[in-house]
Write a protein of this length. Sequence first.
Length: 87
Amino acid sequence: MSEKITALYTNLYDANSAMGSLKTNGISKACLNTSECGLHFGTSPRHRISKFPGAVPSTMVKLEIDVGGAGRENALSILEGSFGVIE
């Protein structure tokens, strides 16, 4: 069963760093987005990859992760070590 975990970041650098750590640790479904600028980056094939047009490094972004089973604990440990706030 899949579960969605959401973390909020106050800048693109920290969010991209967490996204890279998730991908390195085998979490394959995650995306960064913002209500202001749309989808930024996704690791799932269903996400269209695009950059934030006009985004500045301090843009508030949301990292959404789809995980199941053991992947949940792995994702939470990565997020807790980052600068995001888990919703």
